[in-house]
Design a protein around this ligand. Structure first.
Ligand code: SF4
Length: 401
């Protein structure tokens, strides 16, 4: 079963691959649904394909907006470009873009996006008959519905989300952002109004806000928890899923790396008929996340998938830097957040056995002068006792957590 990770930019893509992804999904600067993450330029897309293929990994590119007439003539040249640089598949949701892909790049595999809301075997069969290689199932399916789809449409590849943020509405069927902010989710500009705090106003009392629930934070009536299916991977494998997907093209490189690494190790353990240890699962609590849910895996039950008290993230650890270079026993860190001399920091690596916790005994600035704390967006050096592996990411426990 393929582990598929998000790649919101070229750096995150490389971390996803280093930390165990079998494939990544990304988008170019146009026609993808995550306009706020910068996405990849044409040059970066070429670089990304080469990087993935040199590492024997796959790359899928989302072209999953719902196109308007004015988009149509711009799409075929872009699809041809993607075919030319040899991406492994395009991800589409709009039948118009699907038709253009079949017309202009018939050899390139097409995956049908979760935005197309594939909630039944008939829908999966429909796309299979149209020539889709894979469908990305709607998040709103139970495992028994997924088994039925596998049984009824054996020839199609099935991909499903196993981790990450969820919408409170069916993907692609939400107009909140468009309505409240004039930023359409279906054009890649969702401003996440489902996470906002709402109050009730009585028509004749403008300016008087009534809380919908008796809670000092107001009410987050639309706020979905985050999906986490690490405890259900065996059932997912047994159901004949081909690819499991982590949500999060907008998340940090630390999030992408650590969640990818956790699921990769879990899948490897299960394949070797071993259990997933609790300290491995605990890693999923060390990235910024909302309360977790198993979504609709067992039954369609919105009472367990929403969190009404707050939309804030739970954050026990802070991503504080990325190791950009090692030289003998010295490490050079591109700093994301402040840390002090004498503090304990953790460095994680693609192989969890290499992870280190160290007390910071020295910090040097870019001129090589000793300093007592770091500043974001600077590069610092720390001398360690031993040489460490490549691609380390630095985090620290938030005090009091
Ligand atoms: S507003 Fe919320 S539910 Fe709607 S598309 Fe955006 S994230 Fe999804």
């Amino acid at each position: 079963m393929e582990l598929l990770s998000p790649a919101g930019n070229i750096k995150k893509l490389k971390y996803a691959i280093h930390y165990g992804a079998d494939a990544v999904y990304t988008a170019g600067r146009k026609f993808g649904l995550r306009a706020k993450c910068l996405n990849l330029s044409y040059e970066e897309l070429k670089e990304a394909v080469n990087f993935c293929h040199n590492n024997k990994k796959k790359i899928y590119v989302a072209v999953n907006i719902f196109a308007h007439n004015s988009d149509l003539e711009k799409i075929p040249p872009y699809l041809k470009f993607l075919q030319k640089i040899k991406v492994d598949a395009v991800i589409v949701s709009d039948p118009a873009i699907f038709a253009l892909a079949k017309e202009y790049i018939p050899e390139l595999p097409v995956h049908v996006s979760t935005q197309a809301n594939i909630t039944s075997w008939k829908s999966a069969e429909f796309w299979f008959k149209q020539g889709a290689k894979r469908v990305i199932l709607a998040r709103e399916l139970t495992i028994s519905e997924i088994r039925k789809i596998r049984e009824k449409v054996p020839g199609i590849e099935l991909e499903m989300f196993i981790h990450g943020a969820m919408c409170m509405s069916y993907s692609g069927r939400c107009l909140l952002s468009s309505f409240l902010n004039n930023r359409s989710a279906n054009r890649g500009y969702c401003t996440q109004p489902c996470r906002w705090e709402y109050h009730l106003i009585e028509q004749t009392r403008p300016g008087e806000y009534f809380q919908i629930e008796e809670d000092k934070y107001g009410s987050y009536i639309l706020n979905s928890k985050d999906l986490c299916l690490i405890d259900r991977l065996l059932e997912i494998m047994a159901a004949g899923i081909n690819s499991v997907k982590i949500e999060g093209r907008m998340k940090s490189l630390y999030y992408v790396a650590n969640v990818t690494r956790t699921y990769k190790e879990a899948l490897n353990l299960l394949s070797a008929e071993k259990d997933i240890p609790s300290d491995l699962k605990e890693e999923l609590n060390k990235v910024s996340h909302r309360h977790y849910t198993q979504g609709f895996f067992d039954k369609f039950d919105s009472t367990t998938t929403q969190f009404y008290n707050s939309s804030s993230y739970i954050r026990e650890y802070q991503f504080i830097g990325e190791i950009i270079k090692t030289k003998e026993n010295s490490i050079f860190i591109s700093v994301r957040a402040k840390f002090n001399l004498g503090e304990k920091i953790e460095i994680i690596f693609p192989d969890r056995q290499d992870d280190l916790t160290i007390k910071v005994n020295n910090i040097f600035d870019e001129e090589g002068l000793p300093i007592s704390y770091t500043k974001p967006n600077t590069i610092i050096k720390i001398d360690l006792e031993n040489r460490i592996p490549l691609n380390g990411i630095v985090r620290k426990k938030i005090s009091g957590k």
